[in-house]
Design a binder for this molecule. Structure first.
Ligand code: AMP
Ligand code: MG
Length: 348
């Protein structure tokens, strides 16, 4: 049988089509790599990356940790050479120039302060210090001490100059504490660099505040994240039975609660989250979980709602699009309260 040129072309084309369609319908093999827990930002962090190859997964994880450490170098108030420590030392005497990143977090913090009617306030430092000293002395602060510390607290006393990118304190003895927002910011930055590195999916967890994106593994888009039961979980690594499991796609989740970090005075536990109006620790909620698109929002709002309590807190979250809350009231009630759209994230 003689095959003419036209037939040869058709055969080659057919083989080409069969081969290309075979490769395109074959599911892409994805690699998932997990860093395990590492100590960063004064807590434990874990990064998982899903990528087309092991090298990309490894590079994404490395880049994420580099980014998290960079945020810590700028914003930690424990590290004496961080930018925030420099601000805390000098900003009453003169305006202190800070990096674009730090300035952005300060601006965002003020936005959250306004949004929450002052429940979220990064100038809370003097009250945090007072409660730490009280724990060391094993005696609760006096009314006078609380009043004194409160004179040094309030975002309205923080002067930001966007042109010069400087920070100034209006009152001597003020102290910025980014503990309620910096983890969220670091998570968002880490996700950004992972995507730039070529990760097609990933999860960044810093101290239980989490953001996930893209594929979890082999094309699935859901990431499963447990919410701890505050009455069963004891310390950082004892997570206990999860109270419920969230099923998230391209979202962030942050949990605030006095059950994990607190000071103890005369046998009584006081949450590390403080209400600037009273100077006292937030008491109404033992756990506040916020689901949002970005980790910075979830982190700041979880801290804010802890102070606002169940009624004002849920009212605020209901007003914010693509944001939900899951609250557990303090013992003895231990009541579970959720905002109207939260159930779609809860695995049945
Ligand atoms: P989080 O675990 O995200 O709720 O953050 C709690 C930390 O934020 C505390 O350990 C303090 O460093 C800081 N903080 C405490 N009270 C407040 C507040 N009312 N607003 C903003 N940050 C706070
Ligand atoms: Mg927070």
């Amino acid at each position: 049988m003689k095959i003419n040129k036209r037939q040869i072309t058709i055969i080659i084309l057919a083989i080409f089509l069969i081969v290309t369609s075979f490769f395109s319908i074959r599911p892409r093999q994805l690699v998932k790599s997990d860093s395990g827990y590492r100590l960063v930002m004064g807590t434990f962090a874990r990064v998982a990356a899903v990528a087309p190859d092991p090298n990309t997964a490894r590079k994404s994880i490395q880049a994420a940790f580099t980014q998290i450490n960079k945020v810590d170098e700028l914003m930690s108030d424990y590290k004496s050479d961080s930018e925030i420590s420099r601000v805390n030392k000098d900003a009453f005497n003169q305006p202190v120039n800070v990096s674009r990143e730090t300035f952005k977090v300060l601006q965002k913090s003020i936005e959250f302060s306004t949004l929450s009617g002052g429940a979220f306030d990064i100038t809370i430092g003097p009250l945090v210090d007072l409660w730490h000293q009280a724990a060391e002395a094993n005696s609760i602060p006096t009314r006078n001490q609380l009043e004194q510390a409160r004179t040094k607290v309030g975002c309205e006393k923080l002067i930001l100059d966007a042109n010069d990118q400087t920070v100034k304190f209006a009152v001597e003895g003020m102290r910025i504490d980014l503990g309620g927002i910096a983890k969220g910011y670091a998570i968002d930055k880490a996700v950004q660099v992972m995507q730039n590195c070529g990760a097609i999916g990933g999860l960044v967890d810093i101290g239980g505040d989490i953001r996930c994106f893209g594929a979890s593994t082999r094309g699935k888009k859901n990431w499963l994240i447990g919410v701890q039961d505050p009455n069963k979980a004891k310390q950082t690594f004892d997570t206990g039975e999860p109270l419920l499991i969230l099923q998230l796609t391209d979202a962030a989740v942050a949990t605030s609660g006095g059950y994990r970090r607190f000071v103890q005075i005369q046998g009584k536990k006081y949450s590390h989250i403080i209400n600037r109006n009273t100077g006292k620790s937030a008491q109404d909620l033992s756990s506040v979980t916020i689901i949002a698109k970005k980790a910075i929002n979830a982190d700041a709002l979880a801290t804010a709602v802890s102070v606002m309590g169940p009624h004002k807190g849920t009212a605020l979250i209901e007003k914010i699009p693509q944001t939900e809350a899951i609250l557990i009231t303090s013992p003895p009630e231990n009541k579970l309260i959720t905002t109207s759209g939260a159930s779609k994230y809860i695995k049945q």
